[in-house]
Design a protein around this ligand. Sequence first.
Ligand SMILES: [Zn+2]
Length: 440
Amino acid sequence: MSIVAPKERKHLSADALFHLVRNGFASIPDARGEDVDIALTDALMSAFAMFSLKAPSLLAFDKERAEGNLHTIYGIERVPCDTHMREILDSVSPKVLRPLFKSVFGQLQRGKALEPMAFLDGHYLLALDGTEYFSSKTIHCASCLHKVHRNGSITYFHQMLGAAIIHPDRREVIPLMPEPIVKYDGTAKNDCERNAAKRFIAKLRKDHPHLKFIVTEDSLSSNAPHIETLHAHGLHYILGVKEGDHAYLFQQVQAAEHAGQVTSYERHDRAAGVVHRFRFVNDMPLNASNVDVRVNFIEYWERGKDKIQHFSWVTDIRVSKRNVYHLMRGGRARWKIENETFNTLKNQGYNFEHNYGHGEQHLSVVFAMLMMLAFLVDQTQQLGCALFRAVWTKLGSKRLLWERMRTLLYGYALQSMRQLLETLLYGWQKLQPLLAVDSS
Ligand SMILES: [Zn+2]
């Protein structure tokens, strides 16, 4: 069986995206001035290449052999050694990386590649969740959060608020620039996820003033100030709620049930052997102290062969029998930020929790942002580049794909990522045909 060359959306290919990222880095001013041996652009691009190739460290490159390809494929003029890269990146303020996320996202919009991710009436489902990616008793920096234990010992840690556009039917997730949860200059107090969410939402609206979003989060976010923040920024929501934390709301739903105001609805999926059971009611008070914050309530049971799963959410979208199943799928898709985003970064070669070096100021945060940027570029290719998908399908797993990419990159002189991916898809024969000798 022959494999047919897949058509490409050129601007969503690895080569086009790497070029875009490199140009983005090149427009970041280098605070060190002009008299430097390694340019900031090269230091940033080298770290990006490290995450793009899922290399455990820059030293894992056989530098001598890979340097030519790092130049042709990633546009790096001079590759710094590990120590030098860490020194340069430690002083970079993470916020300068924001335009990079926006420009890759812009490519997705341009190619209409984002459209299949739309969830409901042109709205995108945006999952937000906090995650911790570093913890140590000894290593720390100026940005570290810290916790003092009873015995006087201190744990230092890093967290961030991650954000990704998700869809219940799609494997891809589109990460946005995460909001670091860090200690800021001159403050002794730890930052928190709630403050980070406020900052994130303000920046989201600045970057994407017209995009329509439905934000989905866990039950910690179902509080009146956060709902007001979402509302003030024109964002819809589907947020988890728990009876233990939202007792008043559940009591009000019970009272509404007695008054005959709650709608029940069942849907049978015979093929899967599953029954979906819902009850919902619109216009409920969120809690006793915020009765003017009104929410629509959904409770849901999935009854399978051996187990019952139970979820509940509040949303500002009016719930009806027509949309309740779809809203439930949106609420349940929230796990994709943990599973398809954070766990992918931890377990599928990106080495999210691996210590690449911590630095004294920003290094740890800069590495986390660059890793997320590399993940965004990978997901963009997966969504928009048929060649990438064909190679992935052929090899069967991402782990093998990254491994084969590195092997080629270390061993052969290549002109582009397209050449590398085509080699993985077709083998060398097509690229370097043997001369046929006519012996007649
Ligand atoms: Zn730190």
